[in-house]
Design a protein around this ligand. Structure first.
Ligand SMILES: Cc1ncc(COP(=O)(O)O)c(C=O)c1O
Length: 383
């Protein structure tokens, strides 16, 4: 018997003890009308802020016009969004496949690499997090995720330590279809690949016939201050995935890839009923327009950069990881304690797989004044 509606739900994530009823910009409003500063960015999704009016309008207009048709019927929004992504991504990422989530995008880029190379193996990184489908669990670091992949009978990836070029060199042989890398490891507290490591991955993949895949589900769509992390580090993979922040709150996933990965693709090799639907594509197009018009990548670089520098100056902060608005503060104390103390001041932040790293991932529209509020609270809590 249910005592409350919520009893029917299976537990998923640890929940903030807060019931959100509204949101605007970097703020959430609870059922008592109180405002909360969201430095967790709606789970890295609220790219241009919560319920941006342009995104809301685009969704409403598209929903009222044509709510849905699959890719069985061409639609201008899908085509325009693909073209906009290609325009923003580094060359030669010129082809796009739409699906519905980050895991699905990663699953599809792995499938494309296996299909092209005729190989099965994958190399991924310690600390990497790629999703909860069987194939993505197999590439995700952590005993419980790997156990899930084993139960599904999927072979595990070879895991190499972050930025260890020698280990990477030793792991890529002629059984390896793909090297899958999060250039900034979101859930791992924004631990970041060096450009040298990413370049070595590019060179080793080229030399050994493997495909280089970036998982930009969390660090893409401008979160590092560049539209793609590939651009930030100057290394272009064979494909990359995007999801979370792309449609600013509607489910979407995208694979952007080189023509050489898909030059022999046949009708029916890829598919998704809902992928590339007119409404999420309208939301993503509006989101991209807002990113440009409001200068949000520039904002991410400047406000995020200043926040990172100021945090690095705090005694309790041992290191600041990440870029832009994907920051991991490595602390001298458990991050959970600090998260709870900030929550008591009505500020939402994230934790990470490292118990001492607090994750900051506000909307890309987070203003200098909002960053001041967050920093003042951090100063107090870490004093
Ligand atoms: C880097 C990364 N990859 C993949 C995923 C999975 O995305 P989704 O939950 O949309 O399937 C996530 C989700 O947190 C992620 O952070």
């Amino acid at each position: 018997m249910l005592t409350q509606d919520a009893d029917a739900l299976l537990p998923v994530y640890a929940t903030f003890p807060l019931r959100a009823v509204a949101g605007h910009g970097s703020w959430l409003v609870d059922d008592a009308g109180q405002e909360w500063l969201d430095a967790y960015g709606g789970h890295a999704v609220a790219t241009c802020g919560h319920s941006h009016p342009d995104v809301v309008r685009a969704i409403a207009e598209q929903a009222a016009t044509l709510l849905f048709y699959s890719t069985a019927v061409p639609h201008a929004n899908r085509e325009r969004l693909a073209a906009e992504l290609v325009r923003r991504a580094p060359e030669p990422l010129a082809r796009v496949f739409f699906c519905n989530s980050g895991a699905e995008a990663n699953e599809n880029q792995l499938m494309l690499a296996r299909r092209k190379t005729g190989r099965q193996g994958v190399v991924s990184l310690r600390g990497g997090w790629h999703g909860r489908t069987a194939a993505t669990l197999a590439c995700t670091d952590g005993a419980k995720y790997e156990a899930g992949a084993r139960r599904a009978g999927v072979p595990l990836s070879r895991k190499v330590p972050l930025n260890d070029i020698t280990a990477l060199d030793g792991a890529i042989d002629d059984t390896i279809a793909a090297v899958l890398i999060e250039p900034v490891q979101g859930f791992n507290g924004a631990r970041t690949c060096t450009p040298e490591f990413l370049q070595a991955a590019r060179d080793l993949c080229d030399a050994r016939g493997a495909k280089l895949l970036f998982d930009e589900v969390q660090c893409g769509t401008g979160r590092t201050g560049r539209f793609t992390a590939a651009e930030l580090f100057g290394v272009v993979p064979d494909a990359l995935s995007m999801a979370k922040g792309l449609a600013a709150g509607l489910p979407i996933g995208a694979v952007l890839c080189r023509e050489s990965l898909v030059d022999d693709i046949q009708l029916g090799d890829l598919g998704s009923t809902f992928g590339g639907g007119p409404v999420p594509c309208a939301a993503a197009l509006a989101n991209l327009e807002v990113l440009d018009r409001e200068g949000l990548l520039e904002n991410t670089r400047t406000v995020g950069g200043t926040l990172a520098c100021r945090c690095a100056g705090l005694d309790a902060v041992r290191a600041v990881h990440g870029r832009g608005f994907l920051l991991g503060l490595e602390l001298d104390r458990p991050a959970g304690e600090v998260q709870r103390a900030l929550f008591a001041r009505r500020i939402l932040t994230g934790t990470s797989t490292d118990p001492h790293t607090l994750r900051l991932l506000p909307p890309l529209s987070f203003s200098a004044e909002e960053a001041d509020l967050l920093f003042a609270a951090l100063q107090e809590v870490l004093a």
